[in-house]
Design a protein around this ligand. Structure first.
Ligand SMILES: [Zn+2]
Length: 279
């Protein structure tokens, strides 16, 4: 499932590629990807002849601002991909649900084999009403500038194990199973340490690890995992998976101490860590 860095890479690509473009036509295959609308026309008619004026992100939701008051909201879900094609004659990928054609040429296509992702159009002011989790979203580590003292205060107020705390969308937006493991390795902290029992030095390490790991992942254009679908707007995989220190590296040598990385099942999820480097 794409996490914050992957969605941010797609947002930046969209910002460069579709801002200023006018929508000429929209084709929708089935209702699944646009299920918040009553029918296809209710979705397509609000897009045709509109111009994209900007691309924002709220957590893992991409918001394409349109002239007028509406936004096109896109959520990639588990396996969604957005693909920019230069020509409408480019071969159509299987599971293409929505095709947006621009007046200036080229298309934006939404491909989603598992269809947990979606697209919908809504007035800008109602996005939080449509997606209630956005009304309670925690800090965005790629957007929010925050002092480590303030962060330390937030962490200490919660009495939670570190991994579930990092994955709590009301605490920090967009971190899932991959980046929580990578951040905790980077911080040298074990997943089940309690957030209200960290030293000042440990809080500082955790703070730095969150921002550095996610920014580094964006720089490497995200993680494309073996069994998953993430690619950028041009269909290219990211390469941050090659730099993972612990995630999916069970039995392989720790890059810091050479001991084998351990996998533990916690609450139905795999957690990867080094027993020596993370305490
Ligand atoms: Zn180690």
């Amino acid at each position: 499932m794409p996490e914050l860095p992957e969605v941010e890479v797609v947002r930046r690509d969209l910002d460069r590629e579709i801002v200023g473009k006018k929508i000429k036509a929209v084709d929708v295959d089935g209702m699944r990807a646009v299920r918040r609308h009553h029918n296809r026309k209710q979705f397509t008619s609000r897009l045709v002849d509109r111009k994209v004026t900007g691309v924002d992100r709220r957590g893992k939701y991409i918001l394409c601002r349109l002239d007028g008051d509406d936004v096109l909201v896109i959520h990639l879900g588990m396996s969604g991909q957005l693909l920019r094609t230069k020509s409408s004659r480019d071969a159509m990928a299987k599971h293409t649900h929505v095709v947006i054609t621009f007046t200036q040429g080229g298309q934006l296509r939404f491909v989603d084999p598992r269809t947990f992702g979606e697209m919908f159009v809504t007035p800008a002011g109602t996005v939080e009403k449509e997606v209630s989790e956005l009304a309670h979203l925690g800090i965005d580590p790629l957007e929010t500038a925050m002092s480590w003292e303030h962060f330390g205060h937030m962490v200490a107020q919660r009495q939670a194990k570190l991994k579930p705390l990092l994955m709590d969308q009301k605490f920090i937006a967009g971190i899932g199973n991959v980046y929580s493991d990578e951040i905790l390795f980077q911080a040298g902290l074990k997943w089940d340490r309690m957030s209200d029992a960290l030293s000042q030095q440990e809080i500082r390490r955790l703070y730095r690890a969150i921002f550095e790991t996610l920014q580094d992942a964006v720089k490497h254009r995200g993680s494309s995992l073996a069994d998953e679908q993430y690619v950028d707007l041009f269909g290219r995989p990211g390469d941050y998976q090659l730099h993972h220190k612990v995630y999916a590296r069970e039995g392989e040598a720790c890059r810091r101490c050479r001991r084998p990385i351990v996998r533990q099942r916690v609450g139905g999820r795999s957690t990867f860590f080094c027993e020596a480097c993370q305490v």
